[in-house]
Design a binder for this molecule. Structure first.
Ligand code: ADP
Ligand code: MG
Length: 558
């Protein structure tokens, strides 16, 4: 299926970049990539608006790699990202896409790590610098020339950077980069604050907006589950225990993911196969025929590879990785519910992808209800039901054919029929866990959380001050969380977003690791994970917020 790779090959990128992208397992550029890459290559400033998960990183990373001069060992591209976590992700993505371009150096610059080595890495020939604004400004204070060779500037997740209070830092950074630069801004939303930045600092920017048209979904039972990215395979395995499916298609984003999931499924005894753009046409047809006639029950596919796949047996569509847009979601789940059958569509959503779920709901005009991962009891019940069903057709006449043998064996073994039947069950079930304790042991609980719980946390973090003064009684803490206190409060000009920003950047925490933030007049309370607290506090030792030392301490309310 080589025509699919035409997508990237047709983009006028250096063949080494295309090769690395294809080796990563991408088959086709996403919409934002398709539209942004030519604009950035042509040297225009650009504003790109698209939801999380639409592939924005490659949309700027590929053309920038194409433009840098590898022989020059000085910073040429600067990418600003809101948090340490995102900066590291972007830096890693650059490294992946530059795998076949020797001499490319990428440095990530963020708080919570010593400054010296970062500055040295910049001076020692990194062409690409990925940074959080706060820490980059610290470097600028030490060396105001450090960005003077930058020609390409990207603001990634610009709306998030503003929410975290980086506006002033951004202005400092703009000033430190030559005006002849090319500037690209990506954001999920374009509030007026972002438009005003664009007006002041971008030159005749081209706009790219990935917007979705309304879609209609036929009667398919849809649900979503919140999982962390590294828990997807265990979550799928557990869901499959209780879902009663005939044939199932699981969608993932990359070739590697098709292979990983298909082999995890095979290891659990499912008849599963991978379908991706590397698979030759005749082999692809064999896979589809096998799914049709029941030699296979599960196919794990990328969108491209599943194109045109129409198998009436499919009762379930499993969106293991998010689709890029609502259209492809609707397209994917349309694989089930064919020929008047009942269909079911499940969607795994990671914390970063919540917004895409909302877009899907808005565009389809339907709620995708939240489901919970089945607990051990539900898994056990499902296993026993399957076992019962598999034995049901035998009990009617097995006694006639095997009853005498049973008598002989019980006599020879000197055991009761119950003992013998138990032994046969153990043998027939092949070591499968069939009591509650064993099922619990076998399946460590995959943590999930509801969007409602998460929504409450972020909302409070972003709109901190409302009601804080009234709500004096300490709220109960979530499990694994402790409360920390700083003597900085509203009278020091502190808002929750400043605290959140500082802790995210300097502490290197994921955003959902930080719980409620309460800003009072003369102090603030912040809920943080108990695990690793000592290390976190020592990382934050020298952190300043609004010009004052944060001095965060564990707070014991007694
Ligand atoms: P965004 O910045 O829009 O949130 P990312 O750039 O982080 O999105 O990409 C989200 C995920 O999609 C990443 O895992 C990335 O590797 C993957 N991805 C990006 N582009 C493609 C593509 N063309 N084909 C397959 N996977 C892709
Ligand atoms: Mg991104």
């Amino acid at each position: 299926m080589t025509q699919e790779t035409g997508g990237f090959a047709a983009l006028d990128l250096n063949p080494n970049i295309v090769a690395a992208v294809l080796a990563t397992g991408y088959e086709e550029p996403s919409a934002i990539q398709q539209q942004s890459i030519p604009i950035i290559l042509a040297g225009h400033d650009m504003i790109g608006q698209a939801q999380t998960g639409t592939g924005k990183t490659a949309a700027f990373a590929l053309p920038i790699l194409n433009k840098i001069d590898v022989s020059k060992r000085e910073p040429q591209a600067l990418i600003l990202a809101p948090t340490r976590e995102l900066a590291l992700q972007v830096a890693t993505a650059f490294e992946t896409y530059a795998k076949q371009m020797p001499g490319v150096n990428v440095v990530a610059v963020y708080g919570g790590a010593p400054m010296g080595p970062q500055l040295r890495a910049i001076r020692n020939g990194a062409q690409i610098v990925v940074a959080t604004p706060g820490r980059l400004c610290d470097h600028l204070r030490r060396d105001e020339k450090v960005l003077s060779t930058v020609q390409y500037l990207v603001l990634d997740e610009a709306d998030e950077m503003l929410k975290l209070g980086f506006m002033d830092d951004l202005e400092v950074i703009f000033k430190a980069i030559p005006e002849s630069r090319q500037t690209v801004l990506f954001s999920a939303t374009l509030p007026s604050s972002i438009r005003s930045i664009a007006e002041r600092h971008l030159r005749e920017p081209k706009h790219v907006k990935i917007q979705s048209k309304t879609q209609t979904v036929t009667a398919i039972d849809q649900a979503h589950l919140m999982v962390h990215a590294d828990q997807k395979i265990p979550a799928v395995l557990r869901l499959l225990e209780v879902e009663e499916f005939d044939a199932l298609i699981a969608f993932v984003r990359t070739k590697q993911a098709t292979l990983d999931l298909a082999s995890a499924l095979e290891a659990k005894g499912y008849k599963a196969a991978a379908l991706n753009g590397d698979i030759a046409q005749n082999q692809r047809e064999r896979v589809i025929d096998s799914l049709k006639d029941g030699r296979l029950d599960i196919v794990v596919a990328t969108d491209v590879a599943a194109r045109g796949l129409d198998v009436p047996r499919i009762t379930h569509v499993f969106n293991v990785d998010m689709p890029y847009d609502p259209e492809s979601y609707v397209h994917r789940i349309g694989r089930t519910g064919r020929a008047g059958r009942e269909g079911r569509a499940l969607l795994l959503v990671t914390p970063r992808e919540r917004r895409m779920l909302q877009v899907i709901e808005r565009v389809t005009g339907q709620k995708v209800a939240e489901a919970r991962l089945p607990n051990a009891q539900a898994v056990l019940d499902a296993r026993i039901k399957k076992l019962t069903n598999s034995l049901a057709p035998l009990v009617a006449d097995a006694e006639a054919s095997h009853g005498d043998l049973l008598d002989r064996l019980t006599e020879a073994l000197g055991c009761s029929p119950r003992a013998l039947a138990s032994a046969l069950l153990r043998k027939a079930t092949n070591g499968q866990a069939l009591d509650l304790a064993s099922v619990e042991r076998e399946q460590p609980l995959v943590p999930t959380y509801t969007p409602r719980e998460r929504g409450e946390r972020t909302e409070r973090a972003e709109r901190p001050d409302r009601g804080d003064r009234e709500r004096r009684a300490p709220m109960p803490l979530a499990e694994g969380r402790v409360r920390c206190r700083t003597a900085l409060g509203a009278r020091d000009g502190i808002a929750a977003k400043n605290l959140l920003g500082a802790i995210l950047n300097e502490g290197g925490l994921a955003r959902d690791a930080i719980g409620r933030i309460q800003v009072r007049d003369s102090f603030s309370l912040i809920e943080l994970p108990e695990e690793g607290l000592e290390r976190l506090l020592s990382k934050l030792k020298d952190t300043r917020v609004a010009g004052k030392q944060l001095k965060l301490r564990r707070y014991r309310e007694d």
